[in-house]
Design a binder for this molecule. Structure first.
Ligand code: 8YV
Length: 323
C-alpha cells in the first residue's frame, strides 16, 4: 500500500530495538535474499537502507533504490562491502557502527586466542566424540597447549577493537606490541604501556598476533607466506578483522606444516566457504564471522543504525558517518 512515510529497508531482521520514528520499515529474510535481484527489488523506493556485511552495496543496488535514497547504514563497523565512490557520486550518505561492535569483537578475539592456545576445539571434539573413552584417561604429555600468561601479544591495527583486545591482556600480564601508521598514545600510556613496532619485527617477537585492520587494497594479504614465515613456530594467529587480510592458502600451508602453532579465525577469504586446506586441521579454531554477536553489541548496533537513519531522515547528518 502506498504511503507518504519514508521507506526504510533493512536487509535482515535485527536484534533489539530499531526505532527510526515515523517510517515504513520492512525487514528482509533472516538468511538474506537468494539473489542480488531480489535484494534490488526489496529496496526499490527506499530513503534509507540498512545493510549487512555480506551484501554488496554497489551502483546497481543504489540505482535500484532510486534517487530518493539518502543513507546506507551498514550494520557493521567495517564497510568494505560498500562502493563508497558510487555512494558519493549519488549524494548517498553512509554510516557504520563503531564502538557498538567493540566489546563483542574483542571478546571474540580472546575466545579464539584462548581456544587456539589451549586446543579447545580439538579437545572438545575428542571429549564428546567417544574418542576419549576409546583412548582412555589422558596422559600428562597429551593435548599440551601454549601458555598465555606473561606472553607477548602483537596487536595489528591500533583502533578501538585493537585497544579493547589489548586491554583484556592485562589480566594475563602480557607484554603488548602494536603496529599502526603513527603512535597511538592510549596504547603507549598506562595501563597498556605497549610498544609500537613494525609488522615484521612484531611478528618475529610475538607469541600471539591479533589482527584488527580494516580491509583495504593495502591490507589485502598483509599476512602472506613471507610474513607467516617470520612468526615463531609456537605462535598463534587470531583474525577477527577480514578474511582477505590473510592469505588463506599460505596460512593453511603454514599450519599443516607446523610452522606456526595454531590459528583462531572468525573471518575467511570467501565467506561462507572455508578454505579446504583449513577445514581438516586440528590446530585451527573457527567461527562463522560472528565477532560482534554478543547481545550487548548487537543491540547497540541496532540502536546506532536506527539513530543514523533517524538523523538523516530528519535532514541532519549521520551520527557515525563514513561518507
Ligand atoms: C560483523 C563486523 O558485522 O562490524 C563488523 O565490521 O564484521 C561484524 O560486526 C558481524 O560479526 C557479522 O558479520
Amino acid at each position: 500500500m502506498p504511503t507518504d512515510r519514508p521507506l526504510v529497508r533493512v536487509s535482515r531482521p535485527l536484534p533489539g530495538d530499531f526505532d527510526v520514528g515515523p517510517a515504513d520499515v520492512a525487514f528482509g529474510p533472516a538468511r538474506g535474499f537468494a539473489s542480488p535481484d531480489e535484494l534490488r527489488a526489496f529496496v526499490r523506493g527506499a530513503s534509507a537502507l540498512v545493510t549487512w556485511v555480506s551484501e554488496r552495496v554497489d551502483a546497481a543496488l543504489l540505482d535500484a533504490a532510486g534517487p530518493g535514497l539518502k543513507l546506507v547504514a551498514n550494520f557493521a563497523v567495517g564497510f568494505d562491502n560498500i562502493d563508497l565512490a558510487a555512494c558519493r557520486a549519488r549524494g548517498v550518505r553512509v554510516s557504520n557502527t563503531p564502538d557498538a561492535v567493540t566489546e563483542g569483537t574483542a571478546d571474540c578475539a580472546w575466545a579464539l586466542l584462548l581456544a587456539a592456545a589451549r586446543r579447545l576445539s580439538h579437545a572438545d571434539r575428542f571429549a564428546r566424540s567417544g574418542a576419549w573413552a576409546a583412548h582412555g584417561v589422558l596422559g600428562p604429555a597429551e593435548l599440551i597447549g601454549r601458555p598465555v600468561a606473561g606472553q607477548t601479544l602483537l596487536i595489528v591495527g591500533a583502533g578501538r577493537i585493537g585497544y579493547a583486545t589489548a586491554l583484556r591482556s592485562i589480566g594475563w600480564g602480557m607484554k603488548v606490541l602494536y603496529t599502526d601508521r603513527s603512535p597511538v598514545p592510549a596504547f603507549e600510556h598506562a595501563p597498556l604501556n605497549a610498544e609500537r613496532t613494525d609488522l615484521d619485527d612484531g611478528l618475529r617477537r610475538a607469541d600471539f598476533v591479533s589482527l584488527h585492520v580494516p580491509l583495504t587494497p593495502d591490507t589485502r594479504h598483509l599476512i602472506d607466506a613471507r610474513r607467516l614465515a617470520l612468526m615463531k613456530p609456537t605462535a598463534v594467529l587470531v583474525n577477527t578483522a577480514r578474511g582477505p587480510v590473510v592469505d588463506e592458502a599460505a596460512l593453511a600451508e603454514a599450519l599443516s606444516a607446523g610452522r606456526i602453532f595454531a590459528a583462531g579465525l572468525d573471518v575467511f577469504e570467501k565467506e561462507p566457504a572455508v578454505h579446504p586446506g583449513l577445514a581438516g586441521l586440528d590446530n585451527v579454531v573457527m567461527t562463522p564471522h560472528f565477532g560482534s554477536a554478543s547481545a550487548t553489541s548487537r543491540a547497540a548496533m541496532a540502536r546506532l543504525c536506527a539513530a543514523n537513519v533517524r538523523a538523516v531522515l530528519a535532514g541532519g547528518e549521520p551520527v557515525t558517518p563514513v561518507v
